[in-house]
Design a protein around this ligand. Structure first.
Ligand SMILES: CC(C)(COP(=O)(O)OP(=O)(O)OC[C@H]1O[C@@H](n2cnc3c(N)ncnc32)[C@H](O)[C@@H]1OP(=O)(O)O)[C@@H](O)C(=O)NCCC(=O)NCCS
Length: 181
């Protein structure tokens, strides 16, 4: 199905509504997932994956996803068209997040919703750090992290940053604005 010109409007305006639209992706969503990443331009692909990737690398990346182990989720703007996707890898040793939103759906809080949902899942699973192959010059993701009360740390380079994930109860308190008992 060609969904490349699908009209994405109306888009939700509130973060909460995006969360309500979240669905888990599975192997059956493989082609739509490849189409989502293929729709990202060169710079967006670099921001998402940390390096420049062509279509064949994207296809291999999607084919390598373990949909049972990982939390792969997102929101659709039209059937078969994922406007935003989060891929949270929870492999036992480390948690790693990659997220992307199609350019025409940006600025509506979807990136922030994906980020927060993933941080909560990592915190609930007991992970203390969340890695992201992201460039520290990525102002959008920095802003998303800051607005969630968190900061992204890097080892000094411009890639491979990470977040310190607070214990789950603490993160829940941060979101609700409550102070510790
Ligand atoms: C990062 C990304 C997911 C954000 O998606 P989004 O849906 O536009 O995010 P939001 O609408 O939740 O915006 C979040 C914040 O980022 C800010 N922002 C968005 N683009 C920005 C930019 N280019 N420069 C500075 N801030 C920006 C918004 O103003 C908003 O901050 P505010 O709430 O204080 O106004 C999206 O830009 C994207 O897919 N980029 C390419 C891939 C990528 O960078 N992934 C992250 C690393 S894995």
């Amino acid at each position: 199905m060609d969904t490349s010109h699908a009209d994405l409007r109306p888009l939700p305006r509130r973060l909460l509504d995006w969360v309500a639209l979240f669905e888990r992706l599975d192997r059956a969503d493989r082609d739509a997932m490849v189409a989502h990443f293929a729709a990202l331009g060169e710079e967006d692909r670099r921001l998402r994956f940390g390096v420049a990737v062509d279509d064949s690398v994207i296809a291999r990346y999607v084919d390598g996803i373990d949909f049972e182990r990982d939390v792969v989720f997102g929101a659709r703007g039209a059937p078969g068209q994922w406007v935003g996707i989060g891929h949270l890898v929870l492999d036992g040793k480390a948690a790693e997040l990659g997220l992307s939103v199609l350019p025409q759906a940006r600025g509506h809080g979807l990136g922030a919703a994906i980020f927060r949902y993933a941080v909560v899942r990592a915190a609930r699973a007991g992970y203390g750090r969340l890695y992201m192959h992201c460039l520290t010059r990525n102002r959008a993701i920095m802003s998303i992290a800051r607005n969630a009360g968190m900061s992204i740390e890097s080892g000094g380079g411009e890639a491979d940053a990470y977040l310190i994930v607070p214990p789950y109860p603490e993160f829940a308190r941060m979101l609700t604005g409550e102070s510790a008992p």
